[in-house]
Design a protein around this ligand. Sequence first.
Ligand SMILES: *Cc1c(COP(=O)(O)O)cnc(C)c1O
Length: 386
Amino acid sequence: MNTQEFIKIEDDYFINTFTRQPIVLDHGEGVKVTDIDGNEYLDMFAGIAVNALGHNHPALVKAIQDQAEKLIHISSIYYNEPALIYAKKLVEKTSFDRIFYANSGAEANEGAIKLAVKYTGKSEVISTVESFHGRTIMTLAATGHEHYHEPFKAILPEGFINVPYNDIDAIKEAITENTAAIIVEPIQGEGGVNVPDNDYLKQIEELCHENNIVFIVDEVQTGFGRCGTLFAHELFDVKPDIMTMAKGIGGGVPMGGILATEKVASAFVPGDHGTTFGGGPLVCAAANAVLDTLDEENILDNVNEVGDYFIEELKKLDKEIIADVRGKGLMVGIELTEPGAEYVDKFREAGFLINCTAGNVLRFVPPLIITKDDIDEFVKALDEIL
Ligand SMILES: *Cc1c(COP(=O)(O)O)cnc(C)c1O
């Protein structure tokens, strides 16, 4: 079958939820992916900031292969070694005390909000405009995009208040005696790679402490080295009560999780929350391989070095169409003075996979193993295309 025939299968049989790029990807190696026609692309998107180690990383592939031969699934009713080892390892690297395994970012956020509500006995949640927290009904309510809410207004839960991002006064005004939680991304991803002021998260932390509100950071996109520290909230010197994660956690296997402090975590007792797949041996073996490889290959150093270089090189480009260059580590955006969608096609045709978010922000979230040479190749192409 050729690409057009494959795409027709999608048109005929899929529920229509995605605007896809018209290529069928076949295999990948490092920062490159190849489609079924043999066209090679430099992957500046990494499956929406997921493939932290790139494609076909030997440590990740081996971990999955070895674990698949032993056990793939047993349910949450029994213990499994990879999940236990991973929990200890990850908790010891953070300021949190306990973990819950989920299967996606939305599911992690859903659980985090349930935990905050149970812990506080309150029912309001403050989140930010242009945020993205997921597609389930509750996380949709937390997601600050009116047009995502619109078709489902009738069944969205009450108590979710979206306030402008990076505006501490807006949060102050939204707090009531019924506020259970404030949930924010340390750097907004889908919203357009929005980096807040240095003291924004610290001020939220203080407001949460003063008002006995649970401080939730959604690190689904920013976590696992994406922004140059293991988790992006570390950049802002805060200790949230709950953190959610997914995307990069398993290097591509579907997985999510919640970390919480002892105090907040203690609100859950058996029966309050659960999952069939979460924390299974296969995904946890993958997650162990990702976390170990981040250390062994000093990947955070690479993120900082290459990320800083990338942003510097982009800032050197002197072009009318570039309104702003921003980001942290390898989460980088260029805001254009016009819509960006057609540029995504131009880049693809030139052999580069990128993404456009928030209408006019070209977003680059490549594998964390990308090199300066790859960046040079990309920036040269970008200079020509823009
Ligand atoms: C992608 C994303 C989610 C949703 O994750 P899914 O795995 O698609 O459910 C939630 N929060 C943030 C910040 C994200 O980037």
